[in-house]
Design a binder for this molecule. Structure first.
Ligand SMILES: [Zn+2]
Length: 319
């Protein structure tokens, strides 16, 4: 999950909330007019690839590696097509609002499986379009995938507050759902996903959610992080977050820093220098020892750091 980008509230000296009809969302979590983050500067440096549609923006970020970005919806989800010599995987499947499978088919003739970094709606929405679905073998995550998402639970993600541009043709918010997902392949920590001449190694990284994993391409020196890290407000406040696991997972990635140069994240920017990973560990240290700056709204705090923020509940700090 993602919410805009880190910034300005620290200086305001007061706190604001917006009132949606059905719920109240803190301005710390979803800034009004969040779309003012566009254009995000990193995209000017990347090679844009034209496709038949305009819901996804597609960028080539390396050999056989494409970022498939949904800039028009608040999550700004990014999925990645990763191709080997014989097959490919789509790392995450977006919100499901656009037809990501058709985009994939336009980019490659190879067989492509859907590989889910974790079980949240904005990463799994298009998975049902694929015959082969790969996920981490965690019982809580699998149970959540098996439930899918009904229309009522998704309505909040296609409101005017969430959308910057029109929904794609053929998408009907009134009937939108995410069908139950039964993975055809389960992964464990250290498993290798072999694409033929290219291998991705599974790094189990619980914390953001129970079933979260990262994927490491040692040869290309790239790490896909899903929602463990993205350049935006990290969701440490969410219900299924385990902060101790989150910190431990990040420490593990710090220990692997010699293996990757760039982080390809699940939201906002697809290309972030790896030096951000140790800074995430230092950020949590500063939060827990009480030395970091924050803005507060009710029981939510938003801590600001260079390149990312952290959202956390006050009760999580009382330990
Ligand atoms: Zn998530």
């Amino acid at each position: 999950m993602s919410r805009g980008t880190g910034m300005t509230l620290l200086g305001l000296g007061f706190l604001v909330t917006t009132c949606a009809p059905e719920q109240e969302t803190s301005e710390l979590i979803q800034p009004s007019e969040w779309w003012r983050v566009h254009p995000r500067p990193v995209y000017a440096e990347l090679e844009k690839v034209g496709t038949f549609q305009d819901w996804f923006d597609v960028y080539r970020v390396g050999d056989g590696t494409y970022a498939i970005y949904e800039p028009n919806q608040f999550e700004e989800a990014i999925s990645y097509l990763v191709l080997g010599d014989e097959r490919g995987v789509l790392i995450d499947a977006g919100t499901g609002i656009g037809n990501i499978k058709r985009v994939v088919e336009e980019l490659t003739d190879l067989p492509v499986s859907s590989l889910l970094t974790h079980e949240h709606y904005d990463h799994i929405g298009g998975a049902y379009r694929f015959e082969q679905i790969i996920a981490f073998n965690d019982s809580a995550a699998l149970a959540r995938l098996a439930r899918g998402r009904d229309n009522a639970s998704l309505q909040g993600y296609v409101t005017d507050d969430y959308l910057w541009k029109p929904l794609p043709e053929g998408f009907d918010a009134a009937t939108w759902s995410i069908p139950p997902i039964e993975p055809t392949q389960l992964l464990h920590d250290g498993a290798i996903v072999d694409l033929g001449g290219r291998q991705l190694e599974v790094i189990y990284a619980p914390g953001h959610s129970p079933g979260s994993m990262c994927l490491l391409d040692r040869a290309s020196r790239l790490l896909w992080t899903g929602d463990h890290f993205y350049p935006g407000p990290l969701y440490a406040h969410a219900d299924d977050v385990d902060i101790d696991d989150y910190i431990a997972s990040n420490e593990r990635l710090v220990g692997m820093l010699a293996e990757f140069d760039y982080v390809l994240s699940g939201h906002n920017d697809p290309w972030v220098a790896s030096e951000v990973i140790p800074r995430v560990s230092r950020a949590f240290e500063a939060i827990l020892e009480g030395s970091a700056e924050y803005a507060e709204d009710g029981d939510i705090r938003r801590y600001h750091f260079e390149g990312f923020d952290v959202l956390i509940r006050v009760d999580q700090l009382q330990r």
